[in-house]
Design a protein around this ligand. Sequence first.
Ligand code: PLP
Length: 376
Amino acid sequence: MTAGYLRPTKAKIDCKAIFHNVQTEKERLNKETELFAVVKANGYGHGAVEVANIAKQAGATGFCVAILDEALELRSAGITEPILVLGMIDPLHIGYLLKENLTCAAISTEWLEAAIKNWPSDNKSKLKIHAKIDSGMGRVGLRSDEEINHFLEIIEAHPEFDLEGIFTHFSKADSSDKSYFKLQQARFSKALSLFPKEVRYVHTSNSATALWHDHWQSNLVRFGAAMYGLNPSGRELTPPYELKQAMTLETELVQVKKLEAEEGISYGATYYTETEEWIGTLPIGYADGFTRNFQGFKVLVDGNRCPIVGRVCMDQCMIKLPKSYPVGTKVIIFGDDEKGNNISFQDAAEYIGTINYEIPCVLSERVPLVYVNECD
Ligand SMILES: *Cc1c(COP(=O)(O)O)cnc(C)c1O
C-alpha cells in the first residue's frame, strides 16, 4: 500500500518517549540483565528499524521479532545486534538464520529433527537456539519432562545447535491475581532444572513481568508494549514509572460545512443533524486501520472533544464541531494536544472493545510514520 505523504494524516512518533521508556526500564535492571527490544509487527506499528535504533541508543543490546522476514528487515537495515525470532520458523529456511546470524526459538523436538533434516549441506556454522518452554500459555514450546529430556539428547548429539537460551512466556503477568503466574513459575523452575546450568540466557519477562514481577529468573528482558508507552495491564496495574505514549495520530479538517437540521451523514445515514450543525470531514478511514467501530468516538479539535458522526468510510469520516473551524485545523485522534488534553490508546481500545496493543498495530501502511524529538 502507498503511504499518504501528501495527505495531512500522520502518526507522529516521539523518539524521546521510546528512549525514556527503555532507559528507565534498563536502569531498574541489575548489571547482568540485558534488555531486548521487541519490534515485531513493524514495532507495534511504530516502525521496526527506527524503534530498534532508538532502543539501541537507550541501552537495548538485542531485538526480538515474531517472524523471519522481520529479522531480515532489521539485518538489511544494518542492525548487527542479536535478533531472536520468537515464532516458529519453517525449518526449510534454516539457511537464512545461519547466513544472517539470527537466533531462533526451538519449540519442539519435531522442530529440531526437521531442522537437522533440512540443514544446508554447504553450511558448517552453528545455529543459536533458545529452547521455548510452554509453562501454561498453550501456544508453542516444550511441555513435559520427557519432551525436554529428548530435546536435550538431540542437542547433545548435534553440535550444530548452540543452545544459547531457555525461555517461557507468562499469560497473566498483567493481572493483580497472581495465582496463574505462580503456577507457570513453578512449572518453568522445574523445566529449568533439567537443563545444563551454563546456558547463557534465561528469560521469562515480557513488559508486564518486567514491570510487576521483579524480572523473575531473567538475565534478559523482552521489552515490548511498555517501550511504546502502552500499559500492558490496561488500567488494572500502575507501572512503577511513567510510561510515555510514543505515538500521536493526527490529521486536519479538509472540509467544514454548516448543515441544516435533519441532514443525514455518511453511508446508511445512521446520523441525522439535530439542529443546524457544523460538520467537519477528516481524511482518515478504515483503510488506514481506523476501524468502523470508532463511530461515535471523540477526537480533539482546539481542545474540544468532537464525536465522529455517521459511519467511518474507507478513506474519510465526519465529526461534529462546536463551531466553524478553518480547513487545515489540526485534529488529534490519539495522543496529546497542545492544550494538555489527551486521548490514550487505552481510551481508544476500551471504546472498540480491544486492548491498547491492537490500536497502533493495525494502522495501515497508508499512514506515514513521522519521527519527532529525535535523539542525536
Ligand atoms: C510479543 C512478545 C513479547 C513482548 O510482550 P509485551 O507484552 O509487548 O512486552 C515477549 N515475549 C514473547 C514471546 C512475545 O511474543
